[in-house]
Design a protein around this ligand. Sequence first.
Ligand code: SF4
Length: 356
Amino acid sequence: MASTVEERPKAALKSLSFVPELVYFEPDALNYPKGKRIYDWVQKEGIPFRMTSSHNRITNLPGETELEKYRIAKRTLVVGIRKTLTFDTSKPSAEYAIPIATGCMAHCHYCYLQTTLGAKPYIRIYVNIDDIIGAAKQYIDERAPEITRFEAACTSDPIGLEPITGSLRELIEFMAEQPLGRLRFVTKFHHVDSLLDAKHNGHTRIRFSVNSKYVIKNFEPATSRFEQRIEAAAKVAKAGYPLGFIIAPIIWHDGWEEGYAELLASLAEALPEEAMQADLTFELIQHRFTKTAKNVIVRRYPRTKLEMDIEKRKYKWGRWGQGKYVYPTEQADALRLFISERIFEHFPQAKIEYFT
Ligand code: SF4
């Protein structure tokens, strides 16, 4: 059983990756053990809280300006019930996105949640995990005898929230019992300790998002440091989890070759034998943005150094209307080739799942 917020000593709580400044509860969420546990913890910690009729309609967030509201929203937790149990598809990394949380406390300038969450950047967590697991089971059964993979990080960074929710551990232990079910998620946080003794049966792949020093320093405020992520990767490899790395977004910047070469060399140096031997995967995603995203990003991070000059990019049509700006083919090929070569140099046994 996962340790829960109210069971932890004060010292442990101090090391939580995220302590919200304000919490909203849907009244019905308190009828669920997870909701009640979080409520008790919030009261004990003296965190201000309010009640709300729906986790989708938080209208009275504090803050004078749009920017201030946004910053406060990123520190606001909303505890509710997930009503939509139809899962979105999640290509290319999995068949379905499994929804256990929406929103993230970090401030990555390039994050696509800026646009997908629109005016609702606050963090929603769902207490009816049994309903979510029930829906996943149905999807698995429908696709049998094919394996069905679920991505738990499409709308959030679930490791950042795990110390509060314990939901990932529940998903991992459920998936361990599913011959045809697999779980995967990606994180920029290091709070993996509560997952290390979970029964996973090799059915969950934990991936860490890594990048060149330049990208982490300039575009990923409020995430765990590179060294912390690698330390956490070593721990999950030692715990026998399949391990992976996502290099995303790959950004063309001055000195990018040195930056990405150094990244892969330091990964290889820091990882323990277990990780080097294990079935290791890499996923490579080049930076992309939409016009809408660009507008939002420059409003929210006015001093960002993120290059979003559409003149320098190639337009890639999207399946549902608005397309994205990616690097021109020549640049994308150079990035893909250079990084793939460094991966094979340091990790000859690793598999590159895709470059997109
Ligand atoms: S950690 Fe991930 S989900 Fe959170 S802001 Fe950064 S990119 Fe977005």
